[in-house]
Design a protein around this ligand. Structure first.
Ligand code: IMP
Length: 186
């Protein structure tokens, strides 16, 4: 993979601007605050792609909340295709039994990662568990999973930025964009 020194040069199209993302995250935070009013929430984010979304979303939620972080890697796939085989690299650091949990994801593609994570977390006896994903690529779904809060439905394209990477690069772009084909070529 070859990326430019100026990462913006590798982007063919800006799909979601910084402003669009900010407005949507604020809106999601309001909805979540209203839906969980009077309760306490545990946000569980999945590293690394969800990091900017988690950081922005938590500051738009007006509830007492705690956060926890997991890191998973899917293996057996390729740089742009997930395999559904998930390995937990970092587990929760505190129990979630009896807690209202909101799983914060960057993108739901095939749904295989989320499906695995939901089953895993349900096994820890939370009071409730819901899912909030910034992006949803429904065209590629292999497992049907209810997503309770979705930021944007996007077309079937590989996107980078606002946490999302290609080969660990591009996570720091402030927008979500589609890569130029040249950036995929080695
Ligand atoms: P799934 O298991 O196919 O739903 O894949 C979920 C994970 O694959 C996400 O959490 C991302 O890390 C990664 N992923 C899926 N689509 C994209 C994309 O378009 N850009 C960057 N990463 C992606």
């Amino acid at each position: 993979m070859k990326h430019s020194q100026d990462l913006n040069e590798d982007v063919a199209e800006v799909l979601l601007s910084e402003d669009q993302i900010r407005v949507k995250v604020t809106e999601l935070g309001k909805r979540i605050s209203a839906d969980y009013a009077g309760r306490e929430l545990t946000l569980v984010s999945v590293l690394k792609g969800s990091l900017p979304f988690m950081a922005d979303l938590m500051r738009q939620i007006d509830l007492p909340l705690r956060i926890d972080l997991m890191e998973v890697s899917s293996y057996g796939g390729t740089a742009t295709e997930s395999s559904g085989l998930v390995r937990i690299l970092k587990d929760l650091s505190a129990p979630i039994d009896g807690r209202d949990v909101l799983l914060v994801e960057d993108i739901i593609d095939t749904g295989l990662t989320l499906n695995y994570l939901l089953r895993y977390l349900r096994g820890k006896n939370p009071r409730s568990i819901k899912v909030c994903s910034l992006l949803d690529k429904p065209a590629r779904r292999l497992v049907e999973i209810p997503i309770d809060y979705v930021g944007f439905e996007i077309p079937d394209a590989f996107v980078v930025g606002y946490g999302l990477d290609f080969g660990e690069v591009y996570r720091n772009l402030r927008f979500v964009g589609v890569l130029r084909p040249e950036a995929y070529e080695s």
